[in-house]
Design a protein around this ligand. Structure first.
Ligand code: S3P
Length: 172
């Protein structure tokens, strides 16, 4: 397996961080969560970034971090659910990693995120409608950029990691 990096993309709650950590351990790669890097560099939580400075400011930070962090090799990156919104993000990500889309249904996303207060875009009254609409729009983008699509509805990160490793071996 001679790829440089792996990127996990997918909707909030799809398991990118959990699967990413296991996957990195099994491959001997370093796990990097892009949202955590943003929080460390800002010294505040993402919800505070959104609250004080808005989504546009957050997206600028996200792009800046992507341009820097993808200079590394042998990393598994858990990307924020919105990275696919900017072509310039995906240009860097596609050029420097194998992209894996962790796919879940809107119903499972809602179940997993029902009580979540840390994701400002879905911290709304009509959570169900917002999640359904966002997944519908984003699924097209996730598929467009993915080299591999893996379902994670069962929420079994160990098994999902195994499936990814098998698919990576077949691909290479
Ligand atoms: C976002 C997803 C979040 C975080 C931010 C915006 C999105 O990351 O980057 O709240 O637009 O989907 P996770 O997918 O890791 O929750």
């Amino acid at each position: 397996m001679d790829f440089k990096n792996i990127s996990l993309i997918g909707f909030m709650g799809s398991g990118k961080s959990t699967v990413g950590e296991i996957l990195a351990g099994r491959l001997g790669f370093i796990f990097i969560d892009l949202d955590r890097i943003i929080e460390l560099s800002e010294e505040r939580e993402i919800r505070d970034v959104f609250k004080r400075d808005g989504e546009k400011y957050f997206r600028e930070l996200e792009t800046k971090v992507i341009k820097k962090i993808y200079k590394n090799k042998k990393c598994v990156f858990a990307c924020g659910g919105g990275v696919v919104k900017r072509k310039e993000n995906m240009h860097v990500i596609k050029n420097n990693s194998i992209v894996i889309y962790l796919n879940i249904t809107a119903r499972n996303a809602l179940d997993r995120l029902r009580n979540d207060k840390n994701r400002p875009l879905i911290d709304v009254e009509n959570k169900k409608e917002v999640i359904e609409k966002m997944i519908k729009e984003r699924d097209i983008l996730y598929r467009k950029y993915a080299d591999i699509v893996v379902n994670n509805d069962k929420n079994d990160p160990g098994q999902t990691s195994n499936e990814i490793i098998t698919r990576l071996k077949v691909q290479k």
